[in-house]
Ligand binder design. Sequence first.
Ligand SMILES: NC(=O)c1ccc[n+]([C@@H]2O[C@H](COP(=O)([O-])OP(=O)(O)OC[C@H]3O[C@@H](n4cnc5c(N)ncnc54)[C@H](O)[C@@H]3O)[C@@H](O)[C@H]2O)c1
Ligand SMILES: O=C(O)C1=N[C@H](C(=O)O)CCC1
Length: 251
Amino acid sequence: MSDKLRVAVLGAKGRIGSEAVRAVEAAGDMELVAALGRGDALSAVTDGGAQVAVELTTPGSVMENLEFLVGNGIHAVVGTTGWTDERLATLRGWLDASPGTGVLIAPNFSIGAVLTMAFAQQAARYFESVEVVELHHPNKADAPSGTATRTAQLIAAARAEAQLPAQPDATATALDGARGADVDGVPVHAVRLRGLLAHQEVLLGGEGETLTIRHDSLHHSSFMPGILLGARRVGSAPGLTFGLEHFLDLN
Ligand SMILES: NC(=O)c1ccc[n+]([C@@H]2O[C@H](COP(=O)([O-])OP(=O)(O)OC[C@H]3O[C@@H](n4cnc5c(N)ncnc54)[C@H](O)[C@@H]3O)[C@@H](O)[C@H]2O)c1
Ligand SMILES: O=C(O)C1=N[C@H](C(=O)O)CCC1
């Protein structure tokens, strides 16, 4: 058997999964041992001797896949969205029963998006107002995006730590949805537009000034370095890691 890292891709025919298949095949230190589409038996992952699985399916499939992977001691790098506190608690339970197994969940694998989240978290304490606008291709199934949800949660935590009051907003009447989704007190607006891939703006406002932090993923290739980094590192990080920033030296 070669000393290359044996990698499986789940969701291999999807938009990001097909790009991940190509990236793993092109990586000199990795061997693609399984590429699963919907309906394919998970046993292909164990039969292929995968050490790491890259999970890029749908919120409806990800839990079943992770139960199998973690139960078989296969590390997982997860980009699929739809994470709730309840789902994370279930996953932690599986990991507790499978010591040594690592799972990385990354709301976004692109370095620019990871930095956007870090910058937004850093800036949040200095501004009275903050809203998040995420813009994606119209084939996206979930809204708001996992990245925007995570960004808003990080902003809310920073505001709470700085003991900022609730945001100013005199809106007295509004059409449903006009003020976006409320994620921990941060309005999040989702745009779906043909021609786009994955984009996000964090708008911050204070007395007499605004700050806009914007990131654009223009191609699925933007996610590949993060996925490959995650695959290389996840085996040395037992338990659950949430966010690619934990595998980067952002200081
Ligand atoms: N974290 C990131 O950086 C990042 C980037 C892009 C997309 N995503 C997320 O990845 C997920 C997939 O996005 P997409 O645009 O590729 O969607 P997509 O619909 O193009 O691809 C999903 C694929 O998974 C397949 N699938 C469903 N259940 C499966 C199963 N049990 N086993 C194997 N394959 C299965 C589907 O048939 C489909 O081909 C979404 O949740 C999306 O938000 C994350
Ligand atoms: O295209 C998608 O779908 C994306 N999903 C992730 C999210 O929901 O944040 C990451 C960006 C692309």
